[in-house]
Design a protein around this ligand. Structure first.
Ligand code: URA
Length: 422
């Protein structure tokens, strides 16, 4: 087979055969297709799309490029969640313990933040001692001890995606629904979960800016899950404003612990419980309501066991920032907009996120939102508090917030839960 023939077939709008797909993914993983050839093929896929059969085969080839994990020795059904990423999206932190407290096992492989969206591993690493890298045997030990584990994916899982995602990142080919869907689903299916709930974010702070695109991505991923025997559903949820009040690393851990203690912002609680019910239903577990796991302390017990089993000290104080700066409301009225993208970029510039994969993040950097859209604010009252280790980062963060909030403007926000796809 020849790479140029495969590129030409997709460039000219044709469908790739199963043999062409298997060969291209395998040859690229082995280094037998050059980076520039795969970049051309990815661009042809972005421009001309893929049929459902092509996406399913492409995903399958990426799964087969590495190992597939197996949790069949556990005495509980496995279920997991994947979020397409957003600003203030700390939901995994309370969600995994809640779902484990209701009888499921949650083997969650998570990522780090890049750009304006945060990463679950970066957030958890603000807990003193906590370790993201675990062997498969250690993952199993944590799952047995706590019922939930959140850690980094090892190099053996979907290596084709690891290589291809890095290439797409630098060739303007990330924004392709078939490539995003196959990238996410190859990792989740290789992770070995029996059931999966996808949280597809919609709005300025998300990959998908419109409900139409988000629905297409969700439908594509749900179909891939079904084709591979993973019970998969998706929720489309709002990312036009930050989720919760905290955006950053340690500040999001603190907010998650508030939720586990029975408090926390109402949107974080609502999304955690809605996703938990979806995950449990997909796993066939409906005996315990997740709200009870927050009330009776059982979710908090799982959290403590999970953090401790990964070397962390759940009782240790979290890092706090050396510098803070408060932005106040310029006028009185109803806060009608708080742009997720603007707040995400500001948190990133404060040090909470990274510009390149190898950059470190600041555990203490971030933003606390004192008001959410719909709240009435008074002129001069605190609206946002910026946290940074280094005061020189604050002016550029303030630039990102220019125009990011609106008082008494038109209101056109999405409902928190926009739709469900199954
Ligand atoms: N997240 C992924 O894992 N892959 C993509 O292609 C986009 C987001």
């Amino acid at each position: 087979m020849d790479a140029i023939d495969v590129i030409r077939a997709k460039r000219d709008g044709g469908a790739l055969s199963p043999e062409q797909i298997d060969w291209a993914v395998d040859a690229y993983t082995r280094g037998a297709i050059a980076e520039e050839q795969m970049a051309a093929l990815a661009m042809a896929i972005l421009l001309n799309g893929m049929s459902r059969a092509e996406v399913a085969r492409w995903t399958d080839a990426m799964i087969r490029s590495g190992e597939r994990m197996d949790w069949s020795s556990l005495d509980r059904p496995t279920t997991d969640k994947h979020s397409t990423g957003g600003v203030g999206d700390k939901i995994t932190l309370p969600l995994a313990p809640v779902v484990a407290a209701c009888g499921a096992a949650v083997p969650q492989l998570s990522g780090r933040g890049l750009g304006h969206t945060g990463g679950t591993l970066d957030k958890l690493e603000s807990i003193p001692g906590w370790r993201a890298s675990l062997s498969n045997a250690e993952m199993l030990d944590v799952l047995r001890a706590a019922g939930a584990v959140v850690c980094a994916a090892g190099g053996g899982l979907a290596p084709a995606d690891r290589k291809l995602y890095a290439l797409r990142d630098v060739t303007g080919t990330v924004e392709s629904i078939p490539l995003i869907a196959s990238s996410i689903m190859s990792k989740k299916i290789a992770e070995g979960t029996g059931a999966l709930v996808l949280d597809v974010k919609v709005g300025s702070g998300a990959f998908m800016k419109t409900v139409e695109n988000a629905r297409e991505l969700a439908e594509t991923m749900v179909a891939i899950g079904a084709d591979h025997g993973v019970r998969t559903t998706a929720l489309l949820t709002a990312m036009d404003r930050p989720l919760g009040a905290a955006v950053g690393n340690a500040v999001e851990v603190a907010e998650s612990v508030e939720v586990l203690a029975g408090g926390g912002p109402s949107d974080v609680v609502e999304l955690t419980l809605t996703l938990a019910r979806e995950m449990l239903a997909a796993a066939g577990l409906t005996a315990k309501d997740p709200a009870d796991a927050l009330k009776d302390g059982s979710a908090m017990d799982v959290w403590r066991r999970m953090i401790t089993a990964q070397g962390g000290d759940p009782a240790a104080p979290l890092p706090s920032a050396r510098e803070t700066h408060t932005v106040t409301a310029p006028s009185s009225g109803v806060l009608t907009g708080l742009d997720a993208y603007g707040v995400g970029v500001a948190a990133w510039r404060l040090g909470a996120g990274r510009a390149r994969k190898e950059d470190p993040v600041s555990a203490a950097a971030g933003i606390i939102c004192h008001a959410k859209p719909g709240d009435t604010v008074t002129a001069g009252a605190p609206l946002l508090t910026l946290h940074a280790d280094d005061a020189s980062r604050i002016p550029r963060a303030l630039e990102a917030l220019d125009g990011a909030f609106e008082i008494d403007g038109p209101s056109s926000l999405h409902p928190l839960i926009i739709d469900r796809v199954s």
